[in-house]
Design a protein around this ligand. Sequence first.
Ligand code: AOF
Ligand code: ZN
Length: 380
Amino acid sequence: MTDYEAMGRALELALRGTGKVSPNPRVGCVIVRDGRIIAEGWHDHFGGLHAEVHAIESATESLDGATLVVTLEPCIHWGKQPPCTDAILATKRRSDGTIDPTRGISRVVIGMPDPNPLASGGIERLRSIGIEVVVGVREHECRWLNRFFIKHVTTGSPYVVAKVATSLDGCLATATGQSQWITGEESRRRVHALRAEIDAVLVGRGTVEKDNPHLGPRLVRGRMPRRIVLDTALRLDPTVRLLCDEHRTSTIVCTGEQASRSAKAEMLRRNGVSIVAVPLDAKGRLSLPDALRLLAQEYTITSILVEGGQQVLSSFAEQRLIDELHLFVAPIIVGNGMHAFSAFSVSSLEDAPCWRIHAMGRSGEDMHIVLLPQQGAGSA
Ligand code: AOF
Ligand code: ZN
């Protein structure tokens, strides 16, 4: 078994933590000896065992001369869990506590360094105790797996994914506002899969009042994300589903500082809804960079799925705050309809946000295109 193949299995195992480990990264680990996998582990939920310790503890045969393959640099810090480098070193100890270089794990293969300054340093530590360390196997895939964690830990802001479902001619809805459902069942299922993976789903007040959405991942198995509504003056109808259903304690309303001190804000708080007071920008709208930073700081939200509507999508695009755009395009032409981003305009093409295609394919009868901001044009 090659390091590449073993890392492939570690990447698969890491996915078992999806939706459960945030704000931590998803991490997978395998231990290989004599060309086969003898133990597997993964970081299963926030606060739980780290992947390496999980793998080492589940081994039922000797680890002498084994290679440990892990998607992320093993940690050296005491957090909710003890340092993984200590657990690796412990496999080399004799019963009297001294190190025997011929025992235990002799080689460690790492997908990517840990960008968290509190935890990193494992590479040097392992090398200093005589373990052979290889770094960067399938690094690109490991970075993609943990793009939410990386953005959050390096910038203090969440990774922003935006989802747009349009007609062939770029409309969210007809001129009269009819939008359910332009795209088909498979596209809706894919959006629900994104909801199950992400920390929070974000919409504007207009969308809540128009669609009264649930925003949960009902078409797939998965937990309810936090639900965020942007509502500058707190004019939201208090009887909407997001503020009243059994998940209302997962709802966060971002509102202006003045509105956050109103009697209505107090009433919502009493019902279990969270209120975040956000400074206004020069145009009197909620400052989105501040809102993102506050959501990361106060609620440890590492990733957000922006679902609309047109105003919110336009503001995020205009301010270059989208790190990843999922475009679902249905094969239908609606003509003079409501365009996805028409609440902003550019004076010349040089000012237009540019994207590059990361992936594209078919989603039932629709197209699904994943786009990333072109270098220098986005925030990632
Ligand atoms: C690893 N293996 O499986 C994970 C790591 O509070 P703690 O102890 O859970 O530490 C969390 C930090 O440790 C997290 O921010 C990241 O830097 C690293 N996560 N490290 O060696 C793992 N989940
Ligand atoms: Zn660790």
